[in-house]
Write a protein that binds this ligand. Structure first.
Ligand code: SF4
Length: 369
């Protein structure tokens, strides 16, 4: 724990805040507006809200949340397909916890479970393989949701199922890649982002090198950890680079992230999944931003194994999740926020997921309204 002390030290935090405020004030004078910085990681979204950094720094920098919550970016149609899997007779749907309550067009996995469907939360995809092996009379469909962080474990589970001959296990793959979504944001003429606070967990897998495309956009970015002082230090560094006309991708999380990332995890993903176009909530299809099963593992591809009815996804009326995930709006801009929509009765996924921007604002920032 000692190693983390300086990242939690309030005295260091106070110094960092003063430095951020001073740099940001100079930058505001130069730009004629506040600098817009975006985090693309749900854990950062929560950490920023919990530490109250938006209130502390709001007069100086515009901190926006982007598409960093894996559950939130899962497309409406994919949520409806997950519900359709749960409705198939003899099928157990296995998932990570947050996905259960995400509303689809007509239902959610939670509602299907209340109606008798077998929907189970597994803490790891390997547990789902074991469960499938112990229940050969049922088909187990695991929901492969998440970014580069969860995909390696899901890839491993597929290999494990093949090695153990567990034929009643399959995966519905909706995994997504963070860098293409960032490029989609930067290509949007309605958005102005001055710098990125880059994710810690995803970067541990893909490495600093995966972000060198940002140089084409002449944008500063810092990979950082999740302690308050990590985040403040990243903001200070981005502002410093802006003031000095430097545009680099800095690894500020060297205690975890390497230049090349985790090559073993990358290999596991590449062995089982191929990169493909994918549809993201709020964005539509982003080229080369998702993963699909490679043909040699198609026996474990739930989308191929089961014939699902066609889905017609409907966006919940009034829900602004899509625009919030692109950083165009904040939860406070949604007229349903904290009135109709709250964590007990969520309208959209950003209020369901523990990493969703709406849930974070609701828990930590709604009284600052
Ligand atoms: S507050 Fe609720 S309805 Fe509004 S954007 Fe967030 S999740 Fe959607």
């Amino acid at each position: 724990m000692k190693v983390l002390e300086k990242f939690r030290d309030p005295a260091i935090a106070r110094t960092l805040i003063k430095e951020v405020q001073a740099s940001a004030a100079r930058l505001t004078e130069r730009l004629g507006r506040r600098a817009v910085l975006m985090e693309v990681c749900g854990t950062h979204t929560v950490a920023i809200s919990r530490a109250g950094l938006r209130s502390l720094l709001g007069d100086y920098v515009d901190l926006r949340s982007g598409p960093g919550c894996p559950v939130c970016v899962t497309d409406y149609a994919d949520v409806d397909r997950m519900v359709a899997f749960a409705r198939l007779p003899g099928v157990t749907v296995g998932t990570f916890g947050d996905m259960v309550r995400v509303p689809g067009s007509e239902s959610s996995l939670e509602r299907e479970r209340a109606g008798g469907a077998d929907v189970r939360i597994f803490y790891s995809p390997a547990d789902a393989v074991t469960w499938a092996a112990e229940h050969p009379g049922r088909e187990t469909v695991f929901l492969g949701v998440g970014f580069e962080t969860t995909a390696p474990a899901v890839a491993l589970s597929i290999k494990e199922a093949r090695a153990r001959g567990v034929k009643n296990f399959s995966v519905f793959v909706t995994h997504k890649l963070v860098p293409p979504a960032m490029e989609a944001l930067l290509s949007d003429p309605e958005l102005r982002i001055d710098g990125f606070i880059l994710p810690g967990h995803v970067s541990a897998i893909i490495g600093r090198r995966a972000y060198t495309f940002l140089e084409r956009y002449n944008l500063p970015a810092v990979i950082t950890g999740f302690e308050t002082n990590d985040i403040l230090d990243a903001i200070r560094e981005i502002l410093r680079m802006m003031l000095n006309d430097e545009r680099r991708v800095v690894n500020g999380y060297t205690r975890v992230v390497r230049e090349e990332g985790n090559k073993i995890a990358q290999q596991q993903m590449a062995e089982v999944f191929a990169v493909c176009d994918a549809s993201w909530r709020g964005f539509g299809v982003i080229p080369q931003s998702g993963m699909r099963m490679r043909p040699e593992f198609s026996a474990f591809d739930a989308a191929e194994r089961f014939a699902l009815p066609p889905v017609t996804a409907r966006v919940p009326a009034g829900c602004a999740c899509g625009e919030i995930l692109k950083g165009k709006l904040t939860p406070r801009d949604c007229r349903l926020f904290a009135k109709v929509c709250n964590p007990t009765q969520p309208v959209g996924p950003c209020m369901v997921s523990s990493e969703g921007a709406c849930a974070a604002y609701y828990q930590f920032e709604r009284h600052a309204l």
